[in-house]
Design a protein around this ligand. Structure first.
Ligand SMILES: [Ca+2]
Ligand SMILES: [Ca+2]
Length: 163
């Protein structure tokens, strides 16, 4: 699979979004994944996404997650060459979370983006402040890019494996 640039991603999204509603369906996404060599079943994809259509932010986030999963697979033989690209993708994800663009992810931003993506598990009684605190190295209550990077690359110690 060849890396896809942000511009490509936007174009791909536009292409997929045939009726211009700002949403793509998992079916369309599935088709795209097949094309770029990621083979999965539609069912798996829907489970992964947790819904039947994605808006652009969902799409970016999904792509980022997908790339990360692929990178982990490749890491054994490809650690160095993938590094810059990985950082790039992470920065994109960071921008998604940093809603007001001040360069920091606040507790509210983290929670609102995760909720939006369906990744916020209310039942677990999670507190965004706790989540941030784990990675907040300088204890200013918000995550900068460096801290965010740690959050994305180091799995939380609490068991959060998917069921
Ligand atoms: Ca912010
Ligand atoms: Ca901080």
């Amino acid at each position: 699979m060849s890396p896809i640039s942000p511009d490509d991603l936007h174009r791909i999204f536009k292409n997929l979004d045939k009726n211009n509603k700002g949403l793509v369906s998992t079916q369309e996404l599935h088709h795209l994944l097949e094309k770029i060599g990621i083979h999965t079943t539609l069912e798996e994809l829907e489970n992964f996404v947790g819904r039947t259509s994605l808006d652009y932010i969902d799409f970016l986030f999904f792509y980022d997650a997908m790339v990360k999963a692929r990178m982990q697979e490749q890491e054994a033989d490809d650690v160095h060459s993938s590094h810059d690209h990985h950082d790039n993708d992470l920065f994109k994800a960071f921008k998604v979370f940093d809603l007001n663009g001040d360069g920091y992810i606040s507790c509210e931003e983290l929670q609102s983006v995760l909720s939006r993506l369906g990744l916020w598990d209310k039942r677990s009684g999670q507190d965004c402040k706790d989540m941030i605190r784990v990675y907040d190295e300088n204890s200013d209550g918000v995550l900068d890019f460096h801290e965010f990077k740690n959050m994305m690359s180091v799995p939380p110690t609490s068991d959060h494996s998917e069921t």
